[in-house]
Structures are given as C-alpha cells and as structure tokens.
Design a protein around this ligand. Structure first.
Ligand SMILES: C[S@@+](CC[C@H](N)C(=O)[O-])C[C@H]1O[C@@H](n2cnc3c(N)ncnc32)[C@H](O)[C@@H]1O
Length: 274
C-alpha cells in the first residue's frame, strides 16, 4: 500500500475546495485515507500527486473520485427495528398534530432508504399525505436513486430486512425482476423530490417533521458533525424528529441540549428547543 502524507492530502482537499467547491477537509482522517488508498490502487495511480493532477484536469474523473470518497453503501429497511419504531411510534406521533407529514432524507445514496419509507407509508395508508425530499452530494448516485433500478443479488438482504421490519404485505409486490435487475414500482416515489445538496456547503432550504441523516456523519470529524447537526436542527420543526445512524451520536455535539432522546438504540431524537 502506498504511503499517504497529510500535507499531500491537504493539497488535494484544498484543490477540490477551490476548483469544485466541495469541502472534504473535515472528513474523518482514517476513513478518508482508506478511501484515497483504494482509489490509488483501483485506478493505478503512481502516487497522490498523480491523483491530484487528474482531479485538477478532469472534471468527469472528479465525479468518479467523489463517488469513491463518499461511501454509498446502503440497503432497504437497514436496521429493521428502526423502521418498526417509525411505524409504531414516531409517525403516529407526528400525525397526532398534523394531517400531512414532511420528511427529508439527507444523504439518501441510491434511494433504498427512500423506497423503504415509501413502502412503510403506503402500508400505513398515508403515502399520499407525505412530502418527501431526498438529497445527496453525489450526482451519479442520485441518478440511480431516481431510476429505481437495483441489482437483483441485493434483494435477498432487502427482503430479509423487510420481514424483520414486519411489513404487512409481500415484499415482492413492490418490484419486478428482469435479467438480474430489479425495477422498483416507481409509483411509490412519484412525488419524491430528489435534489443534489451538500450538507457541508449547502443552504438550509426547508423545515421537516422528520429528518433522516443516517450513516452520513460517520465519515465526518467532530467539528464537521457539529456544523452539519446545527443545519439539521434548523431544518427540523420544533417537536419534530431527527434520526441518525446506529453508530452515530448527538451526545457530544453543541446542539445536544436542544433534543431529547426518544430511542437511544435506534438513535431517534426529538427537537425540543429552537
Ligand atoms: C453510507 S451512505 C448512507 C445512505 C443511507 N442514508 C443509509 O443509511 O443507508 C452515505 C451517503 O452520504 C452521502 N454524503 C457524503 N457526504 C455528504 C455531504 N457532504 N452532503 C450530502 N451527502 C453526503 C454520500 O454520497 C452517500 O450517498
């Protein structure tokens, strides 16, 4: 494995910031280094200098580079008990005071999380009462999310998750399979608005009853997590809910006292202060 020096990494992140307006400077160092090593190997670069030059000169390659840096791994009904908690407690709670529910998937990746939400809402009979916005920093992954086309080999895990979530229909009714690919029922997401949005440099653009930002901040350092959580706090209505990934936490961040823990295991928080 090639040695990666911090000073060279800084040059690369500085270039990305200046040329492409993406701020990778506060991505957690260990995983960032690991991703860079992977790119060097994958594309056979002689060293970080060669990679930096390519990023500078080739905007199309930069998009590929960004996809590699921002880990896109996802699945449907990831952490099934989390989705059960949404169905049984969180969403009914929101609907006590509202007829409609607004939801933001921040860092939606290829859209499996959005389909999980749409299926859940459909089974609750409230899909038509939902406004869903799904965003990600990565253009290419948003296109996959919009297409709703996935690899059939991933469906076993998705189905297992759905069964553990205790969905009340047959999972196979939500898609068609052809030539090793899955075509999701697009009517589920017909009113979802997919947008490119960078949680680090992007604006606060609306307020929501429920914000999901799961397994995104795990790649950020503490200072960046603080900044992003401030944005997520501002984007949540008072008494609305914020959900983060099971390995993430709000405890150490500046806005922690503006939320109460609703479910510690599933990392669901309720905003109690502006
Ligand atoms: C591991 S996936 C998580 C997907 C999904 N939320 C889940 O839990 O399965 C992380 C996603 O965050 C996105 N991401 C990384 N940095 C981001 C940023 N600064 N702004 C918005 N999205 C970002 C990545 O492109 C990737 O799609």
């Amino acid at each position: 494995m090639q040695e990666i020096h911090i000073v060279d990494l800084r040059r690369l992140t500085q270039l990305v910031k200046e040329k492409y307006n993406y701020d990778l400077t506060n991505y957690a160092m260990s995983s960032f280094k690991r991703r860079i090593s992977r790119i060097l190997e994958l594309y056979n670069f002689k060293g970080l200098d060669a990679l930096t030059k390519k990023v500078e000169e080739d905007p199309v390659f930069f998009e590929e580079f960004l996809s590699e840096i921002t880990v896109n791994v996802t699945e449907m009904f990831r952490d099934p008990p989390f989705w059960r908690e949404l169905k049984e407690k969180i969403i009914p709670n929101i609907l006590l005071n509202h007829q409609k529910i607004s939801i933001w998937h921040a860092g939606c990746s290829s859209g499996e999380e959005v389909y999980s939400m749409a299926i859940l809402l459909k089974e609750m009979g409230i899909l038509d009462n939902a406004r869903i916005v799904a965003t990600d920093i990565d253009d290419r992954i948003i296109e996959i999310a919009k297409s709703g086309i996935y690899l059939a080999k991933n469906m076993d895990l998705n189905r297992k998750n759905y069964v553990r979530f205790e969905g009340n229909s047959s999972f196979d009714d939500y898609y068609k399979e052809k030539d090793g690919k899955i075509y999701m029922d697009k009517s589920l997401v017909q009113s979802v608005s997919y947008r490119k949005h960078d949680l680090v440099t992007g604006p606060i653009f609306s307020k929501f009853d429920l914000v999901l930002c799961r397994n995104v901040m795990i790649y950020f350092n503490q200072s960046l997590q603080n900044d992003v959580l401030k944005k997520l706090h501002e984007s949540t209505f008072k008494y609305g809910y914020l959900a983060i990934g099971s390995k993430e936490s709000l405890i150490w961040c500046e806005i922690a006292n503006k939320f109460i823990v609703v479910n510690n295991e599933e990392k669901i928080y309720k905003k109690i202060k502006e």
